[in-house]
Design a protein. Structure first.
Lengths: 475, 335
C-alpha cells in the first residue's frame, strides 16, 4: 500500500469512522486492531515485529514496576534496552538485506522501527526512573505504540504524552481542523517536495558527471526535505486528530532562526527532545566536571547519534559530526556573542539579518554530505558546490534545457508560494502577523472555504508528477 | 447522542458531501473510460481513441500492465524509434509473438528496467534492444526518468490510477474526443522543415557521451542474458542521413564509432542506420529520427525477416574471438 493514495485515505477515513462508532471501552482495542492492520498491509513481517516488540516492552515495564527481588530493576532495564536495540538493528539491517536492500525493502523491513523503538525505549527509561508507573492496560499500550498515523515518520509521541483516558472523540471543529491539516500536508508533499525532487533527485543520481549542478542540489534539498518531512508530519498530526489524539508538533519554522542551536530546537523537535532528555542530559550530567570539554563531548555524541539514527553510514556519521561541530562552536561562543551584541548594536542587527542565511548554509552543507558513502565523496561534493557556483549561468541554461522552462516556472511558483506561506506562518506565530490574518481559513465563509479546498485538490491532482516516496519513511 | 457527537457526525456527513463531486466528476469517468484498460477491456470510449491518447500521453503504463498480464518470451526494448514499429507486422515477419516494449520518449533506464521486469515475469528467449546514438549516450540527467517503476507502483495500488496525472489527462482527452468530437492535438505547432531542424539540433548535442554507469548496467544485462541462454541483439534503428551529418558537424564522429565498437563488444548488432533507400529519402521520415507510418511497416517487416535489406548484421566480437580461439586450438600447436 502506498502511503499517499486514495486507498490509504479511504483506510484512514474508515478506521476513524469505526473508532467513532465504537463504544468507549472498545476504542483502545479498535485502534490497536486498525493500526496493526495498517502495518500488516505494508508488511506482515513488520506487523509481527512491531507487536512482538510492544508485547515484550509491556512485560518488561510490568516487571520493572513490580520488581522487588530476583532480577533487579537495572537488570530488567538492561535486558529491555539491549533487546530493543538488537531488534532495531535486526529489522533495519538484516531484514533489509534479506529483502534485497532496495528502498522498498528498507521501508518494508524496518517500517516505523526507528520511531516505535524510541517510544518503547523512553517508556522503559521513564518507568525505571519512576517518572510514571507502568501501564496496566496492555491494549491501551498497544494502541499507543502502534498508533498508525505516526508509524511511517513520527512524530515520536512518548507513551507519557499519549492520553487515552476515556478516548475522547474530537468535536466538529477539531475534525475540520484535522482535515485541513491533512490537506496542507498533501500540498506540501505533492506540490512542493515532489516538484523539487524532480530536479534534485536526477542531479544527485547524476553525480559526479553533473558536478556543476551540485550547488542547485545543495540549495534546494533542505527545502525539499523540509516540505516532505513537515508535510508528512502534518498528515500524521491531522490523522491523529481524527481519533482525538493530540500529536506533538515536529517543526516550528526551522529556517527563520539566527543560530544553529535554535534550528535544532525547531527541526524534528520530537527526536531532538527525545535525545536531549535521554542522551544529552544524562551525558552532560556525567561529564559536568570536564567543563567545556564535557559540553563539546555531550553535544557531539548527541549529534552523532542523531546522524546514525537515520542510517549506519559514513554520510550519516559525517552529518552528525558536522552538526556537532557547529553546535559546539555555537555553545562555546554564546557568551562572547551576547557581550558583542550588547556593545555593538550594529553587529546584533547584522547577525539577525545574516543568521538565517548562515544557518541555511550550515544545514545545506551537512545535508549534502548526508547521503555520501565516503569521506572522499563528501569532500568532492563540497568542492563541486563551490566550483559549480562559478558556472552559474551555464548551469541554469542547462537546467532550463533539461527540465524545460515551463516546469522550471512551475517549480519556482511552488517554491515561492511555500516560502511565502512559511513566512506568513512565522509572522503569525511571533505575533507580527496582523496583516496575515486572512490565512486563518476557518474565518472564511463556507462557500469560499470549499472552493479553496476543491482548488487545492485540483492543484494536487493536476500539478503533481509521479509522486516520490517520503524521505523520512525510510528511517 | 450528545450535541457535540451529533456535530461530529455532521462533519463526517459534510466530508462525504464534499467528496461526492470528486467521486462523480473524477473517479467515475476514470473508471468508465479507463484509458489504460487497467480494469479490463470494457470502456465507454472506443478502443482506437483510447489507444491514440494513452500512447501519446504515457505509453509505458499500458505496456507494462499488458505485459505483466500476458508476458512473452521475446521482447523489443528501446525508445520511440522502435516503439513506432507495429507489433502485428513484426509478429508476421518473425512468425512468432514478439512484445514491443519500446516506449515513446524512453530513457535508457526505462529500457533496462523493462528488461528486468520481463526477466522477472517470464523465461526470456530473445531480447532486441533498440537504441540510436542519442539513446545510448543519454545524459545521466535524462536517464533519471523512470516511468516503468512508477507504473509498477501504480499497478500495485490501483487506487492511484484515479489520481494519476497521465491517467486524468488521457481520460479527459479520450472523453472529449468520444463525446464532443474534439481532438486534442499533440503534434508540433511548427512547419515540417522547422521541426526537422529543431529535432536535429536539440537531440544531438555536442556533449553526448556514454555514461560509464550505463555501460556497466548494459553489461550486467547482457551478461545475465548470456548466462541464462537468452539471445541479445542491439538494433540500431534507421534514421535519415541528416542525423549522421549532424553527428559529424557536432564533432562526434569518434564518439559514434566508439559507441558502435562498444555495442559490438557487448553483443550482436543489427545496424539499420546505414545508407539505404529508406535512410536517404526524406519522404520516408516524419522527422530525422522517426519513420512515417508506411515506412515503419516496411522497416518492421524487413528487420525481422530472414533476409533484411535495410540492416547489416554485425556479429558479437566476443563470439568472433571465441571462434578464432576454437579454430586455433583445433589446428593444434604451431611449429
Amino acid at each position: 500500500m502506498e502511503l499517499i493514495s486514495p486507498y490509504s485515505a479511504a483506510f484512514a477515513a474508515a478506521a476513524a469512522l469505526v473508532f467513532h462508532a465504537s463504544p468507549p471501552r472498545l476504542r483502545g482495542a479498535t485502534l490497536s486492531a486498525v493500526s496493526l492492520s495498517f502495518c500488516a498491509l505494508v508488511s506482515s513481517a513488520a506487523a509481527v515485529a512491531l507487536a512482538t516488540a510492544t508485547g515484550f516492552t509491556y512485560l518488561i515495564g510490568r516487571a520493572l514496576d513490580g520488581s522487588r527481588g530476583g532480577l533487579g530493576r537495572g537488570s530488567w532495564l538492561s535486558l529491555g534496552v539491549l533487546v530493543l536495540f538488537g531488534h532495531l538493528v535486526a529489522v533495519k539491517t538484516a531484514g533489509a538485506a534479506a529483502l534485497g536492500n532496495s528502498f522498498t525493502a528498507i521501508v518494508v523491513a524496518g517500517f516505523g522501527a526507528s520511531y516505535y523503538t524510541f517510544k518503547l525505549l523512553s517508556y522503559l527509561l521513564d518507568v525505571y526512573w519512576r517518572r510514571y508507573p507502568a501501564w496496566s492496560s496492555a491494549i491501551d499500550f498497544l494502541a499507543c505504540v502502534t498508533f498508525f498515523p505516526q508509524m511511517p515518520a513520527g512524530p515520536i509521541q512518548r507513551p507519557s504524552e499519549f492520553v487515552t483516558t476515556g478516548w475522547t472523540l474530537p468535536d466538529a471543529e477539531q475534525l475540520s481542523a484535522a482535515f485541513r491539516r491533512i490537506l496542507l500536508g498533501l500540498m506540501k508533499k505533492l506540490l512542493v517536495a515532489d516538484q523539487l525532487a524532480s530536479i534534485t533527485a536526477p542531479i544527485a543520481a547524476a553525480q559526479p558527471a553533473q558536478w556543476h549542478l551540485v550547488w542547485l542540489l545543495a540549495y534546494l534539498y533542505p527545502i525539499q526535505l523540509y516540505a516532505d518531512f513537515s508535510g508528512l508530519a502534518d498528515i500524521a498530526i491531522g490523522c491523529a486528530a481524527l481519533f482525538g489524539i493530540r500529536s506533538p508538533e515536529n517543526f516550528d519554522h526551522p529556517f527563520f532562526v539566527y543560530n544553529i542551536s535554535t534550528y535544532w530546537r525547531k527541526w524534528h523537535m520530537t527526536l531532538t527532545r527525545w535525545l536531549g532528555d535521554y542522551v544529552f542530559t544524562p551525558l552532560r550530567m556525567a561529564t559536568r566536571n570536564l567543563g567545556n570539554g564535557g559540553l563539546v563531548l555531550s553535544i557531539c555524541m548527541n549529534m552523532v547519534l542523531i546522524g546514525l539514527w537515520h542510517a549506519i553510514t559514513v554520510g550519516c556519521l559525517l552529518f552528525g559530526v558536522a552538526h556537532g561541530i557547529f553546535l559546539s562552536l555555537d555553545a562555546l561562543t554564546t557568551q562572547w556573542r551576547r557581550r558583542l551584541y550588547r556593545r555593538r548594536p550594529g553587529a546584533a542587527a547584522a547577525a539577525r539579518a545574516l543568521g538565517p542565511v548562515i544557518v541555511y548554509h550550515m544545514v545545506a552543507f551537512a545535508l549534502l554530505i548526508f547521503g555520501t558513502t565516503s569521506v572522499h565523496e563528501a569532500a568532492r561534493l563540497l568542492i563541486d558546490w563551490v566550483r559549480g557556483l562559478q558556472e552559474l549561468g551555464s548551469s541554469i541554461g542547462e537546467l532550463f534545457a533539461w527540465v524545460g522552462r515551463r516546469h522550471c516556472l512551475y517549480v519556482s511558483v511552488a517554491l515561492t508560494a511555500f516560502v511565502a506561506y512559511e513566512l506568513a506562518g512565522f509572522a503569525r506565530a511571533n505575533g507580527r502577523g496582523g496583516t496575515w490574518r486572512w490565512i486563518e481559513i476557518p474565518s472564511w465563509p463556507r462557500p469560499v472555504r470549499w472552493a479553496g479546498y476543491y482548488a487545492a485538490i485540483a492543484l494536487i491532482m493536476l500539478g503533481r508528477g509521479a509522486s516520490s516516496r517520503f524521505i523520512y519513511v525510510r528511517f | 447522542m450528545s450535541g457535540s457527537r451529533q456535530a461530529a457526525w455532521a462533519t463526517w456527513l459534510r466530508l462525504a458531501l464534499f467528496a461526492l463531486p470528486i467521486a462523480l466528476l473524477v473517479f467515475l469517468p476514470v473508471y468508465l473510460i479507463d484509458p489504460y484498460s487497467v480494469f479490463g477491456p470494457h470502456s465507454i470510449v472506443s478502443a482506437s481513441i483510447r489507444e491514440n491518447y494513452r500512447t501519446r500521453i504515457n505509453s509505458v503504463l499500458f505496456k507494462v500492465h499488458a505485459y505483466t498480464l500476458d508476458p512473452s518470451a521475446d521482447i523489443i526494448l528501446g525508445d520511440s524509434q522502435l516503439a513506432q514499429l507495429p507489433e502485428d507486422v513484426i509478429d508476421r515477419a518473425a512468425r512468432r509473438r514478439i512484445s514491443n516494449m519500446a516506449y515513446y520518449g524512453a530513457s535508457l533506464t526505462e529500457a533496462m528496467q523493462t528488461f528486468w521486469l520481463a526477466a522477472a515475469s517470464t523465461h526470456l528467449r530473445q531480447v532486441y534492444f533498440g537504441g540510436d546514438f542519442h539513446l545510448i549516450t543519454m545524459s545521466p540527467l535524462e536517464n533519471a526518468q523512470d516511468r516503468v517503476t512508477s507504473s509498477k507502483r501504480l499497478l500495485a495500488d490501483k487506487s492511484q490510477y484515479f489520481v494519476d496525472h497521465d491517467v486524468l489527462e488521457a481520460t479527459w482527452a479520450a472523453g472529449r474526443a468520444q463525446f464532443l468530437g474534439l481532438e486534442t492535438d499533440y503534434s508540433p505547432q511548427t512547419s515540417r522543415e522547422e521541426f526537422w531542424k529543431l529535432q536535429l539540433n536539440t537531440v544531438i548535442k555536442p556533449t553526448e557521451r556514454m555514461d560509464p554507469r550505463m555501460v556497466a548496467d548494459l553489461r550486467t544485462m547482457v551478461d545475465y542474458c548470456r548466462t541464462h541462454g537468452i539471445q541479445f541483439v542491439f538494433v540500431l534503428p534507421p534514421q535519415h542521413g541528416d542525423v549522421r551529418k549532424r553527428i559529424e558537424q557536432a564533432g562526434l564522429h569518434d564518439d559514434y564509432e566508439s559507441v558502435m565498437s562498444q555495442l559490438q563488444a557487448l553483443a550482436e548488432v543489427w545496424d539499420c542506420d546505414v545508407d539505404s533507400e529508406i535512410t536517404t529519402d526524406r519522404r520516408q521520415f516524419a522527422d530525422p529520427f522517426h519513420l512515417t507510418k508506411e515506412a515503419a511497416v516496411r522497416v518492421a517487416a524487413d528487420i525481422w525477416s530472414d533476409r533484411s535489406v535495410y540492416c547489416r548484421h554485425l556479429a558479437w566480437r566476443g563470439q568472433q574471438r571465441m571462434a578464432q580461439a576454437a579454430a586455433e586450438s583445433a589446428a593444434g600447436p604451431q611449429l
